[in-house]
Ligand binder design. Structure first.
Ligand code: TRP
Length: 459
């Protein structure tokens, strides 16, 4: 109990919104979304994605917000308080977050590496963007630079977390508005490049024949990842909220901001890719090697590129802190481990796994599980960690959360909390009730099963 009483609260509603949006807006929006929108057919994918966010994303977020604020506890404690048989749902979320963080910190580190590269060594990046990217990842020797930057990224994340919600709030209140403005500027620049209209057409052309099971699963996994749902982060954040805050409007604002940023990033990157005629590489390389070609081809590209990687870094750090906070809160509140010790212990383990992720990115096309390169032996994870979290663990977490709210805790209790015992309006409450009870568990369950049956391999 004493834990609950000592809990800090967010200083203001705006602080909470920017922190929750800071968690949501991350590598998922800028590094993952544009590549997926491109690969899954442009306009049609955007529509499927928007439907996923509007119907499933908002309701799962509302479910998580209400659980968190009702109990004022982190994910596991919150579920335990509502029904002790279901605490494990929170545990599953913590595990998922930990896995995400392993690669998240690495990619955050790559963004920092590229900031420096654009400032000091842009000609080498541009001479052969793909070679530069692979070289950073260790294609020609131990990737010391990438790993040092990933380490710096992790230390920064841990440092911010060690200051509790105040640290997160302060950082988000500064970085989120900056990110928004930068992104809009870059989007306008990109859409006005000669030849950009082909890309715009691609993003606006709706052809539903491109929508198959993989596209739907990708859209759902991407929506959860992007909105930070399915692992209890939003439960933990909302647990720091006071009774005065309006969960209905907060849900709407956070979902809208996150989706806008994803769309801005899509409309920044895809038109530029078309305008410069660069074949979009897929996967992790999209935001690095492919974009190098774009920055190279536009006036002021060095400066614009540097700004872009700053933006990617801001987006990443406001998210990585949210994930790490979820894991640390768990160890502290559930296992009684000192916050500092939990922070250090988690950081060490996730860093080691993360380094293996970075190492294996350079050798994705090699077959086999263990390989030996330049005297280093390591397992190839490839994109396995991402598939595991985006396509399985996050949807599973969201499935159990909505099942829990719909059938165990009860949607009426959740609505009661959402409206602050009737103080705020929630016009869509009946729709929410129906969706968390029926649509969410059925749709998410069906998509998970389809994903397992039809394979997880294609992105
Ligand atoms: N939403 C973040 C992004 O788009 C990543 C993230 C932060 C996340 N917290 C999370 C994903 C919790 C899932 C669950 O990059």
């Amino acid at each position: 109990m004493s834990n609950t009483e000592n809990r800090t609260e967010f200083g203001s509603t705006l602080g909470f919104i920017l922190s929750a949006a800071g968690s949501a807006v991350g590598l998922g929006n800028i590094w993952k979304f544009p590549g997926k929108a491109y690969a899954c057919g442009g306009g049609a994918f955007l529509i499927v994605y928007l439907i996923m966010v509007a119907v499933i994303g908002t309701t799962v977020m509302m479910a998580e917000f209400t659980i968190g604020r009702k109990t004022h506890k982190g994910a596991v404690g919150a579920l335990r308080e509502l029904n002790s048989k279901f605490a494990w749902i929170g545990g599953l979320g913590v595990l998922t977050g930990f896995i995400i963080l392993c690669y998240y910190c690495q990619v955050g580190g790559w963004a920092m590496y590229y900031i420096v590269a654009y400032i000091t060594d842009v000609q080498t990046v541009w001479a052969d963007p793909m070679a530069y990217f692979l070289n950073m990842l260790g294609a020609n020797g131990f990737p010391l630079g990438a790993i040092v930057w990933a380490f710096v990224f992790l230390i920064l994340t841990a440092f911010i977390i060690s200051h509790g919600t105040a640290g997160i709030e302060k950082m988000s209140t500064i970085l989120m508005p900056v990110l928004f403005v930068l992104l809009i500027g870059l989007m306008i620049r990109s859409c006005t490049l000669p030849g950009a209209d082909e890309g715009l057409k691609y993003m606006l052309h709706v052809d539903f024949s491109t929508i198959n099971g993989t596209a739907i699963l990708t859209a759902l996994g991407q929506a959860f990842f992007s909105l930070s749902l399915g692992m209890g982060v939003m439960i933990t954040y909302a647990s720091y909220l006071s009774r005065e805050d309006n969960l209905v409007s907060n849900t709407a604002i956070v979902c809208t901001l996150d989706t806008l940023v994803a769309l801005f990033a899509g409309f920044m990157i895809i038109p530029a890719v078309f305008a410069t005629g660069i074949a979009p590489g897929m996967g992790g390389a999209f935001g690095f090697a492919t974009l190098a070609g774009v920055f190279m081809a536009i006036p002021g590209g060095q400066f614009i590129g540097m700004i872009f990687y700053f933006l990617l870094f801001f987006a990443a750090i406001t998210s990585s802190t949210s994930i790490l906070e979820g894991c640390v809160a768990f160890l502290n509140e559930e296992k009684g481990i000192d916050r500092k010790k939990a922070l250090v212990g988690l950081s060490v383990i996730l860093f080691i796994i993360g380094v293996l992720y970075t190492l294996s990115q350079a050798f994705m096309n090699l077959k086999g599980i263990w390989i030996s390169r330049n005297g280093i032996e390591f397992p190839i994870f490839g994109d396995f960690l991402e598939y595991l979290t985006d396509r399985l663990l996050l949807p599973l977490g969201a499935f159990f959360t909505t099942f829990f709210v719909g059938w165990i805790w009860g949607p009426d209790n959740s609505i009661q909390e959402a409206t602050g015992e009737g103080r705020n309006k929630f016009a869509l409450a009946p729709a929410y009730k129906f969706i968390v009870k029926f649509i969410d568990p059925i749709a998410i369950g069906a998509i998970i099963i389809a994903g397992m049956v039809f394979g997880m391999a294609i992105s």
